[in-house]
Design a protein around this ligand. Structure first.
Ligand code: KG4
Ligand code: ZN
Length: 376
């Protein structure tokens, strides 16, 4: 079987790629066709593990790894069926190879390698952050270069996306990610897991100006972020509400917290606009893109959209289904690299840490650099 399929000719202008994502708590598979540079998502299947982690108020790596192993095959088969394609039609297999929880990353990557080997198709080992970085191209005309705010549970970064594989970090969090701050604040307030969407729902009934919270790093001349102090201030404000806070008091705190995160993202991103303006010629049309799970937050989106308009940039944010973790973005990153002539070998390794902009992260790690390399 392998030799017959391996002879399938490579098509330059069109490719069909299966993407696999398993770096955190979503097991996902997607089939995507890239034709003349235009992606078409034929299927995108996501099995969420939220229910399994909810009793613990956060993702438990051991439970996540086990759940990925249980689901990966079914999810992949469902993606293939929904796309109505045969395995022999695929040109390449793209799997997330990091960064993320290593048990899950290994499960998805090994499964991808197994498929690549048995089908005689190339493997693409994809950086999860690159998936998020390219995700706006799934739904929008989004030509390079663009300024990207990647804002998720594990990452908060501003990057200049100059072209495929050319990503320059302009700023990064020095402690917690914005999504992590949402999740931890929601946990303290007893809102359940995942915290971001729950906190946004509660905030709808609250007054965003009722609780004064700090805006860390405001006015600093770089484009870095910090959320640890804000998270601690929100925890103190919640404790000050006493044993049995009213629903209105909780909603006011949630709205104030969300408003402050939006203000921090707005102010820090403003610095990155200045840097991007210096990096890219005036004649090039400018675009600001927001991606990652926190980009699902409506009031954060609106605040960033107005900043973008003030600065004369076009604005893109992927639809919600492509903001949070999904495999369509991994399939897209794989397809774009495959169309560009890249393939990886089966020796590609799973990496718990893998900065998107390896060079500047190695020179100036923002949040620690252990034996396994810089975190961000
Ligand atoms: O991109 P993602 O699915 O996974 C990572 O790679 O981290 O992002 C998940 C994060 C979680 O922290 C979640 O609470 C946050 O995105 N999130 C939100 C909202 N929806 C998801 N944060 C604020 N408001 C939301 N509506
Ligand atoms: Zn993610």
């Amino acid at each position: 079987m392998m030799s017959a399929l391996a002879e399938k000719p490579r098509r330059a202008n069109m490719c069909l790629v299966l993407g696999i994502e398993s770096s955190c708590d979503e097991t996902a598979a997607s089939v995507l066709r890239l034709e003349g540079g235009h992606p078409q998502v034929l299927s995108s299947v996501i099995a969420s593990q939220d229910e399994k982690h909810a009793p613990f108020g956060g993702v438990v790596p051991e439970i996540a790894a086990r759940a990925h192993m249980e689901k990966i095959e079914t999810v992949t088969k469902r993606a293939m069926q929904a796309a109505n394609v045969q395995y022999c039609d695929l040109d390449a297999i793209a799997a997330t190879a990091g960064p993320g929880l290593i048990g899950g990353v290994i499960t998805g990557l090994q499964y991808g390698k197994g498929l690549a080997l048995s089908l005689g198709r190339p493997l693409l080992a994809i950086n999860h952050l690159e998936g998020h970085a390219l995700s706006p191209r799934l739904s929008d005309e989004c030509p390079f270069p663009y300024l990207l705010l990647l804002v998720s549970g594990g990452h908060t970064q501003l990057l200049a996306i100059m072209g495929l594989g050319d990503y320059r970090r302009l700023g990064s969090t020095i402690d917690d990610a914005a999504g992590e701050a949402f999740d931890k604040t929601a946990k303290i307030m007893g809102l359940g897991f995942p915290g971001g969407p729950a906190l946004e729902r509660l905030a709808k009934a609250g007054d965003p100006n009722s609780v004064a919270l700090p805006c860390p790093l405001r006015g600093k001349p770089n484009a870095d972020f910090s959320f640890a102090g804000l998270k601690t201030a929100a925890a103190r404000a919640f404790a000050a509400l006493g044993e049995a806070p009213s629903q209105q008091a909780k909603a006011d705190l949630a709205a104030s917290f969300q408003h402050t995160v939006a203000a921090v993202l707005h102010e820090r991103s403003g610095r990155a606009f200045d840097m991007f303006d210096r990096l890219v010629a005036d004649s090039v049309p400018k675009r600001f893109v927001v991606a990652g799970g926190v980009a699902a937050n409506q009031s954060i989106r609106e605040s960033l959209m107005s900043l973008s308009a003030q600065r004369g940039y076009a604005f893109s944010a992927p639809p919600l289904k492509y903001c949070t973790d999904n495999a369509a973005m991994i399939a897209l990153a794989g397809a774009e690299h495959f169309a560009d002539g890249r393939t990886d070998t089966l020796a590609a390794r799973a990496r718990p840490r893998w900065p998107l902009d390896g060079e500047s992260a190695a020179k100036a790690p923002k949040s620690g650099s252990g034996k396994k390399g810089p975190k961000s």
